[in-house]
Design a protein around this ligand. Structure first.
Ligand code: WT7
Length: 649
């Protein structure tokens, strides 16, 4: 990104410091940065002591064969024991681990003592089905407690899980089963989605029929809908777990024992099986969950709205919170079922104190209107988190005002499936936050921004985000493909992890994420980030959401095309509004960033994890046939957008 255009972009001057009350009682103070800077490995060795080890590690990092890291390599532990049993042994068995809220309104509170029994039974059941240490188990479940129980049962017996998001197709399941060579699949008859039962097992039946090697399919009964049954292969979860003992002795595994594989879809090529291991992963998820959310396990009620099928669910529903003995809410359904206030009703019902959600959800709530959250008592909230994409400053402000009553700190957490845990984020009791910026690498983490030649950019400069030191929860490789691991992450810049995100540093040295590098546009020789133009559009009172792409253009190389969703009463046919929006971007970011076309649409194409699929919008903007739409949440969205389009000028 050229500095001249950067100077125009994102002049964000609002600042919000932590309240004196929160700062005084915060789990982590500014001293942590100093301590970690003085002795990074010593800092992580100390964090590893949050866990209970069967054999304490004496070695912190082995980086003798980069980029293949080993953390705490001579230590041994059982991850499930750390997430469950030890809390019971410490006398907290009666504490609620999971407040489950089903979409139809059924609910279930599971204490740590009950969770221990359930995980133990499931571990025995997997063993009975032939699963052994070192095997892989695929998990394809709705957002129900059995998803967490299944993951922990695998961890308990040393089998790696490969969770496949419940919205994916038979093709995606088959590809993942095959790549990981999974022996058992855990699924359910179905789950509830938008007010009705939605089947899951047929996709598994189809997938398993296409690949070799799956011996058993374990089926949770959730909706009680009819399912096809393969005798000898299919087993009901409730039938097999019911007869198992609640006593199960956890075996200690090496810190580097595989914990899970999680596939990232990526934009090109076959999905990458990101491999995470045990000790380092659990250390960093536990530490960050403690530090970034300021979690007080005795009093907080934590809620992460992600699905366990994504890394956010792995690290901040299953592993981090449970390692910390947190009480959390788990919700099965969508935010608008049965009404658009469902999330706020849940916050009120359970007295949620820490909420972790995504910008895409926040922008949707903005679009639905301020009056909806205003009907509920949200006064229990004290820390708000964001993850998944850059958060537009206006969405950040909306979140703070309408959900956080202008008092809750917002932690905008940057990380990836590959990083395993949070890497860049404010600390709620320390950081003076800036709307739209993830700001600073967490204690013990080393991140910076470099230019094309790998030179670190000065404050005020922009380029590529890189991580310059190994971290405990880093991916260890791409499953079965070490070379691809090296090529994808460690070859663009020597000795540095290439994250694939554009970023800039502001005058204070704080980091602003600008989206994937593939989403940077080149307009008349200027690099302009889609994120910044989108944020400028969202800062206009008539715009709820925006997606910007660069479309090939004869004169300027690329031209900026913006797709916008209007707020409440704004009229899509209003020509004056379109001109107004173009001028608004010009005034905010500079004339170079003014979109050539602004197209009001009703919906935007998103992946199931909520990321806008700009690739498809680029196809539309360039009048091309659409590329692969199979990872869209709703493929009819594209037809809708195309039908609304005027012919290209
Ligand atoms: C990509 C990773 C991290 C768990 C969920 C997504 C984007 C994520 C932020 C943020 C700006 C963000 C990046 C990153 N991203 N969080 N706070 N600010 N961008 O995991 O699917 O592996 O995606 O999400 O582009 O590279 P993922």
């Amino acid at each position: 990104m050229s500095n001249e255009s950067l100077a125009n972009l994102l002049k964000e001057e609002r600042r919000f410091g932590p309240s004196a009350e929160l700062a005084a009682a915060a789990n982590v103070t500014a001293e942590a940065y100093e301590q970690a800077k003085a002795d990074r490995l010593g800092f992580w060795a100390e964090q590893a002591r949050r866990l209970t080890w069967a054999t304490e590690p004496t070695e912190t990092l082995d980086w003798s064969n980069p980029p293949f890291a080993k953390w705490f390599a001579d230590g041994k532990l059982n991850v499930a024991y750390n997430c469950v049993d030890r809390h019971v042994e410490a006398g907290n068995g009666e504490r609620v681990a999971i407040h489950f809220e089903g979409e139809p309104g059924d609910s279930r509170a599971i204490t740590y003592a009950e969770l221990k029994d359930e995980v133990s039974r499931a571990a025995h059941a997997l063993t009975e089905l032939g699963v052994e240490k070192g095997d892989r188990v695929a998990v394809y479940l709705p957002m129900i407690p059995e998803a967490v129980i299944a993951m922990l049962a695998c961890a308990r017996i040393g089998a790696a899980h490969s969770v496949v998001f419940g919205g994916f197709s038979a093709d995606a399941i088959a590809a993942r089963i095959k790549d990981a060579d999974a022996k058992v699949v855990i699924t359910a008859d179905g789950g509830y989605r938008r007010g009705k039962p939605s089947a899951l097992k047929p996709a598994v039946d189809e997938a398993v029929g296409r690949v070799e090697g799956v011996q058993k399919v374990l089926v949770v009964q959730r909706t009680k809908q009819d399912v096809a049954w393969t005798e000898g292969r299919d087993v009901w979860w409730h039938e097999i777990t019911r007869k198992q003992s609640t006593e199960h002795t956890p075996e200690a595994f090496d810190a580097e024992h595989p914990l899970f594989i999680l596939y990232t879809s990526g934009t090109t090529g076959k999905p990458k099986g990101i491999l995470h291991t045990s000790g380092g992963y659990l250390t960093q998820t536990a530490y960050t969950h403690h530090a970034v959310f300021d979690l007080k396990p005795e009093t907080d009620v934590y809620w992460c709205t992600a699905d366990v099928g994504w890394v956010t669910g792995h690290s901040y529903i299953t592993y981090g919170p449970l390692a910390n003995g947190a009480t959390q809410v788990m919700y099965e359904g969508t935010p608008d079922t049965p009404h658009q206030g469902r999330f706020w009703e849940i916050v009120q019902k359970y007295g949620v104190t820490i909420l972790y959600t995504a910008p895409t959800a926040i922008r949707t709530f903005m679009k639905w209107g301020d009056d909806i959250p205003a009907k509920f008592d949200l006064s229990s909230l004290r820390v708000l988190g964001s993850v998944g994409e850059p958060i537009n400053p206006e969405a950040w402000m909306w979140y703070r005002k309408n959900i956080g009553a202008d008092k809750c700190p917002i932690v905008d957490t940057w990380w990836q499936t590959e990083t395993g845990a949070m890497m860049i984020s404010p600390l709620p009791g320390v950081t003076e936050t800036k709307p739209g910026s993830a700001q600073r690498a967490l204690p013990g983490i080393a991140a910076t921004v470099v230019d094309d030649e790998a030179n670190e950019v000065p404050d005020g400069g922009g380029g590529y985000l890189v991580l310059t030191e190994p971290w405990p929860s880093m991916l260890r490789t791409i499953w079965g493909d070490d070379q691809r691991f090296i090529d994808t992450y460690w070859s663009r810049f020597q000795d540095r992890y290439f994250a694939g995100d554009g970023a800039k540093k502001d005058e204070d040295g704080d980091i602003w994420l600008l989206g994937r590098v593939d989403d940077v546009m080149l307009v008349s020789g200027h690099n302009i980030s889609t994120t910044e133009v989108e944020s400028a559009l969202v800062s206009h009172p008539s715009v709820a959401e925006a997606a910007v792409v660069g479309a090939a253009d004869e004169t300027t190389g690329q031209a900026i095309v913006a797709f916008v969703i209007l707020r409440g009463t704004a009229n899509a046919e209003d020509e004056g509004l379109v001109a107004d929006l173009r001028n608004h971007v010009g005034a905010t970011l500079g004339p170079i960033a003014k979109p050539k076309r602004v197209l009001p649409v009703a919906e935007l194409p998103k992946t199931r994890s909520g990321k806008i699929m700009r690739r498809l919008l680029r196809d539309v903007a360039e009048n091309r046939e659409l590329g692969d739409v199979t990872t869209l949440t709703d493929s009819s969205v594209m037809e809708l957008i195309q039908s609304r389009l005027p012919a290209a000028p």
